[in-house]
Design a protein around this ligand. Structure first.
Ligand code: NDP
Ligand code: 2IT
Length: 443
């Protein structure tokens, strides 16, 4: 058995009941073998055994009181996975489905993603099974303050810098950063995705979605085409989805769909983003309300966006939202590319099918790295007490996404096949982390 397969089997056995973590290990570890064959010293140094074991996992109680006076207890997590190349960096997810397995899969992916950005950030992730949906601002504040009462002692500008993810946006970050400041007395920018008026970076809100489209633009360019006139499917209607749809539209594409966990909207005239922003960013409403604002649009509470014929698919909601049956429909409809905005959007079976059928598939750790990249730029601005204009951050983001595509596609060509962006992203992200782990000794 190869080194990577052995570590895969051992790690799965050692971490039972963590299906999402097993899935990311299964996707990543075997693809590293060609590099490990060339670099036998990695096995001797136990690189993989150390990589799959988080440096630290923090699990804590988060008690809070709702508006009726009832007491609730949620579970909080921060998994500090790997600090080889910089402070732990990664978002916090608040969603009822969150378990240790979810946070470990996201944290493991983050190690490779952050390395691909070329910036000095390690991998971490956290969150809670708390559901902010339907809660009052006071309840969300109470929860965030309680969450910080424990988390604050584990984070810092040079140790671990959290950010947003599903269910954590500017409101939650504001409440958490406020409490962090109160408990530590520090105003050191620990947290990214902050509002602009207290240290946030311009273009951070847009960064993941715009970055995704900049990455997909590179894929289309390799096929000698552009976004102009393309039919694009976007799933989700949150931060990543909205700004992916915005940039694709700016580049001349027609975005046909958006969705949330209740259903999806098809607008044959192209999704109107002002309407989506009003419903989702201002009213915190459901996407079904879209059809009240736009004639000709239809709402479906069954099925998925992937049934709609398209040229490019951009999943931007959550993990495993695109399965084998969806992949079959995309292939039948001659879709050119699937680029992930969400993390691990696509099941392993669907990825294999897309790859075999020649649909170019970009894994999230490469194509959605724009968010964390601009987070690292926010950290840089905070430590320099600087504030860069939108155009400057956006230009840097474009350069970073182009570099990631180049690095990933060249690595794929060297170690696997030209369009195997999975192998390219995994090996591309691994090399730097591995080299640093070798240099820093057995820790
Ligand atoms: P948001 O909370 O802003 O939006 C999430 C969207 O996805 C909502 O429309 C939500 O619908 C939908 N969704 C969430 N969970 C499910 C589910 N179980 N089934 C169906 N739909 C679901 O989150 P983001 O836009 O920030 O994140 C979206 C994805 O992008 C996540 O996978 C995240 O990890 C990834 N990502 C985010 C980055 C960022 O900077 N924010 C950076 C890189 C990746 P509903 O309202 O009904 O729950
Ligand atoms: O998955 C991700 O990369 C994020 N949620 C963003 C992390 C960050 O630190 O900006």
């Amino acid at each position: 058995m190869s080194y990577s397969m052995k570590v895969l089997e051992d790690t799965k056995a050692k971490n039972p009941g963590q299906p999402e973590f097993h899935q990311t290990l299964t996707e990543i570890l075997p693809t590293l073998q060609p590099y490990l064959d060339e670099h036998r010293e990695c096995e001797k140094a136990g690189i993989l055994e150390r990589l799959v074991e988080p440096e630290r996992q923090i699990i804590f109680r988060v008690p809070w009181v709702d508006d009726s006076g009832a007491v609730h207890v949620n579970r909080g997590y921060r998994v500090q996975f790997n600090s080889a190349i910089g402070p732990y960096k990664g978002g916090l997810r608040f969603h009822p489905s969150v378990t240790l397995s979810t946070i470990k899969f996201l944290g493991f992916e983050q190690i490779f993603k952050n390395s691909l950005t070329g910036l000095p950030i390690g991998g971490g992730k956290g969150g809670s099974d708390f559901d902010p949906k339907g809660k009052s601002d006071r309840e969300v504040m109470g929860f965030c303050q309680s969450f910080m009462n424990e988390l604050y002692r584990h984070i810092g500008a040079d140790t671990d810098v959290p950010a947003g993810d599903i269910g954590v946006g500017a409101r939650e970050i504001g409440y958490m950063y406020g409490q962090y400041k109160r408990l530590t007395g520090l105003v050191d920018g620990t947290y990214t995705g902050k509002s602009l008026c207290y240290g946030g970076s311009l273009a951070r809100k847009e960064a993941t979605g715009y970055g995704l489209v900049y990455f997909a633009e590179q894929i289309l360019s390799s096929l000698k085409t552009t976004f102009q006139g393309k039919r694009v499917l976007v799933s989700g209607a949150g931060n990543v989805a909205i700004y992916a749809a915005e940039k694709a539209t700016q580049l001349g594409a027609k975005v046909l769909t958006v969705s949330d966990s209740s259903g999806y909207v098809l607008d044959p005239d192209g999704i109107d983003l002002e309407t989506v922003k009003l419903i989702k960013e201002k009213q915190r409403g459901r996407i079904s309300e879209y059809v009240k604002h736009r004639k000709g649009a239809e709402y479906f509470d069954k099925g998925s966006v992937w049934q709609v014929p398209c040229d490019v698919a951009l999943p931007c909601a959550t993990q495993n939202e695109l399965n084998e049956d969806d992949a079959k429909v995309l292939i039948k409809n001659n879709c050119l590319a699937v680029a992930e905005g969400s993390n691990m959007s696509t099941t392993l079976e669907a990825v294999e099918l897309l790859h075999k059928s020649g649909v170019i598939y970009a894994p999230g750790k490469a194509s959605n790295a724009g968010g964390v990249a601009v987070s690292a730029l926010e950290m840089a601005q905070n430590s320099g007490r600087l504030f860069w204009p939108f155009e400057e951050v956006d230009k840097k983001l474009q350069g970073i996404m182009q570099n990631i595509y180049k690095q990933v596609s060249e690595t794929a060509e060297h170690y696997a096949t030209k369009n195997d962006l999975v192998a390219g992203a995994n090996i591309g992200g691994f090399v730097k982390v591995c080299e640093v782990m070798m240099l820093q000794g057995i820790i």
